[in-house]
Design a protein around this ligand. Structure first.
Ligand code: WT7
Length: 656
């Protein structure tokens, strides 16, 4: 819901930015598009006749078993693309390369946190995926069944995802940093029959006990019949007889071949949960043909995939970025993916740069929050290593502040790598606004121009267009092939959240403006969603978790600017009458929230207050709390406040 004023989310430095960087000549010479006019021509025709455009893209970039009857249908906010066609994602990511010169090319180069390295050629990955698909089959799973994946960032996570797609099983990957309660909720909502996990994962030199967390989640789920466990850390774990199977033992018993089955274009591919404005995360459902097409062509054009690239997107597969740009996009293009299991600063702050140099990574795609923390660590770490293999840099997850952009360009890219700032969302499936490197001038902090076939518009609340460079709500004019089709089990919520806020347009929940040259500048969320280190969290989600704490009466959560994380979490809490503030309470509440949601939701600041500011109708005035948390004072309009004494109390607390 767009209930915040846009002015609040504007980032001053972005509004003043006017530097412009022309594409590097050498890069441009080898780029897939000739010049900006070529882009413009292709873009215009893609908007004029999207069906024709996407049809051509699909025919050029994907292998279908059966061709479509018609390209697109949109009815009751349900989109269908490439109707009547059949295809298989794992076929597109594996078989077609195995049947080509890429057979013995590395598909995946993986490095574990302790330093162990494993490489899979396309042929090897293909074999592993077929065996894994046979594990699923032999446990009785058929197309349409759901599988949960709760794993560290190890090759088996990619293998399990691809194995699901091979036989039409719908995967839901749950980020390993989420708590057992979050895992439980996601399994319950999607009704998964099987869970892939590992005994543990390595993070910052210690072990995250994943199987233990999974066991806890499974105490309150009834749908999981089997758990397949990868041995990663050799932790001692409980294996429940009849339910739990070791990956290495069970896979050894499988047949080696499993054909990719033809699935219809709209066959559900995965459900991925993300935070919204209510307490309950939304399970976005993506489908087969449109999603794969989006992931494939955006990877190709925006990251300029070349046969010799070593491509590294640092995201975990638990996020949409990992789905589209660690697994599906690069593999569909036949690229070599680099994957790293652990923490960026382990054992030393130069780990990323060391790996780039060791593996000769050419393409690095990461988040502004990571870039900012590298800046803070100091230039000596990247400068210690030879980063000359890099030729393209990408960012995603939140608006990048110009200072971080410039550092990325100079210290990492040595001013020769284009910076591809990609704006998109879990819902959009793949990149929507981003510079086509090599042919577009970039401006620090701007995601620049739309991808082919995507028509972003900046609208005011009444649906009229924002004028000039006036800010407004970023919306997308028409459905596109790679957008999420629904919220699993709640199509009404999908309609309401995305298509009814401004009737007939896809509502992104972001504020933006366009400059004189038409470049898009994303200003951040305009709803009750906060972006902590590039990860989306709903304020209501944290609040609903917090109020289960026995001492808490009420809780209001707001975001405040954070120099590294983008936004930090501030929780204003009123205690139950009988409770007293003591020195342990803050830590205890913090731990409680982490247990409910996961470490990403750990509050940066907890403030106890006697009351929360509310309107006469009882709505918490988060705007005032946000102002207080950010600036320490409240200057905004307070006329709708019900009890003015609350303000005085909040101020007093703040001065403590
Ligand atoms: C929200 C979506 C898309 C993968 C990562 C996050 C913010 C994302 C950018 C960018 C400015 C960005 C938006 C968006 N966002 N990329 N390049 N510039 N803002 O996916 O968790 O679904 O979050 O992230 O606010 O709505 P997500």
């Amino acid at each position: 819901m767009a209930n915040n004023e846009l002015a609040e989310v504007s980032i001053d430095s972005l509004l003043k930015e006017n530097r412009k960087f022309l594409p590097n000549k050498k890069f441009s010479e080898n780029y897939i598009l000739k010049d900006y006019n070529t882009y413009k021509r292709m873009y215009n025709s893609s908007i004029k006749d999207p069906k024709k455009f996407w049809e051509k893209m699909a025919a050029t970039h994907l292998v279908f078993f059966k061709k479509w009857r018609s390209v697109f249908k949109w009815k009751d906010y349900k989109a269908e693309w490439f109707i009547g066609a059949t295809l298989n994602i794992s076929y597109n990511c594996l078989d077609r390369h195995v049947n080509s010169d890429r057979k013995n090319k590395a598909a995946l180069i993986w490095e574990g946190e302790p330093g162990d390295v494993k490489t899979y050629t396309y042929q090897q990955l293909y074999s592993e995926v077929m065996i894994c698909a046979n594990m699923l089959k032999s446990l009785g799973l058929v197309a349409g069944d759901k599988a949960a994946i709760y794993m560290p960032l190890i090759p088996e996570a990619m293998i399990a995802m691809l194995a699901c797609t091979r036989i039409g099983v719908v995967h839901t990957v749950v980020f390993g940093g989420f708590s057992s309660n979050s895992l439980r909720d996601r399994i319950q909502d999607s009704g998964c029959k099987i869970l892939f996990t590992a005994d543990g994962g390595f993070r910052k030199g210690s072990v995250v006990k994943m199987k233990e967390m999974a066991d806890e989640a499974l105490l309150e789920t009834s749908t999981i019949k089997n758990v397949i466990v990868v041995k990663r850390t050799s932790e001692k774990v409980n294996m429940k007889t009849g339910r739990d199977l070791w990956w290495h033992e069970y896979s050894a018993k499988q047949a080696k071949v499993c054909e990719a089955i033809p699935l219809s274009s709209e066959h559900p591919l995965f459900i991925l949960y993300t935070s919204g404005t209510t307490g309950k995360p939304k399970g976005l459902l993506h489908t087969t043909a449109g999603y794969l097409l989006g992931a494939t062509v955006t990877t190709k054009y925006l990251f300029d995939i070349k046969e010799t690239d070593i491509y590294w997107c640092t995201a975990d597969v638990g996020w949409i970025t990992g789905h589209s740009y660690v697994v599906y996009g690069p593999l569909s293009n036949g690229a070599t993916v680099f994957m790293y299991e652990g923490a960026p600063t382990f054992p030393e702050p130069d780990r990323f740069w060391k790996m780039i140099s060791d593996h000769k990574v050419t393409t690095l795609y990461t988040a502004p929050t990571a870039i900012r923390s590298f800046i803070r660590l100091g230039n000596e770490y990247p400068l210690k290593h030879d980063l000359s293999s890099l030729r393209l840099l990408g960012t995603v997850g939140e608006p990048i502040n110009p200072e971080a952009w410039i550092w990325y360009n100079e210290v990492i890219g040595k001013k020769k790598c284009p910076i591809v700032d990609t704006w998109w969302q879990t819902e959009t499936g793949a990149a929507m606004i981003a510079p086509f490197p090599g042919i577009m001038a970039t401006k620090p902090g701007s995601a620049t121009n739309p991808f082919f076939g995507i028509e972003p518009v900046i609208l005011k609340k009444d649906g009229t267009k924002a004028k000039g460079n006036e800010g407004g709500y970023l919306c997308i004019k028409n459905p596109w092939p790679y957008m999420a089709r629904t919220i699993y089990g709640d199509h009404d919520r999908y309609k309401k959240t995305y298509w009814k806020e401004i009737e007939g347009h896809y509502f992104t929940g972001d504020g933006a403006h366009q400059d004189k040259e038409g470049y898009f500048w994303i200003m951040g969320r305009v709803d009750d969603v906060i972006n902590v280190s590039g990860h989306r969290l709903g304020t209501m989600e944290i609040e609903s978790a917090a109020v289960h704490h026995p001492s808490i009466a009420e809780c209001a959560v707001v975001g405040r600017p954070d120099p590294i994380k983008g936004q930090g979490i501030v929780a204003f809490i009123t205690l139950k009458k009988s409770e007293k503030v003591n020195s342990h309470l803050k830590e205890d509440i913090s731990k409680f929230i982490v247990k409910e949601i996961g470490t990403l939701a750990r509050p940066d600041d907890i403030r106890f207050t006697e009351a929360l500011p509310k309107t006469r109708s009882g709505k918490i005035m988060r705007r005032l709390l946000r102002e207080l948390a950010t600036t320490g004072v409240i200057k905004g309009d307070t006329t709708t406040l019900e009890d003015f004494s609350v303000l005085e109390k909040l101020r007093e607390k703040d001065e403590d």
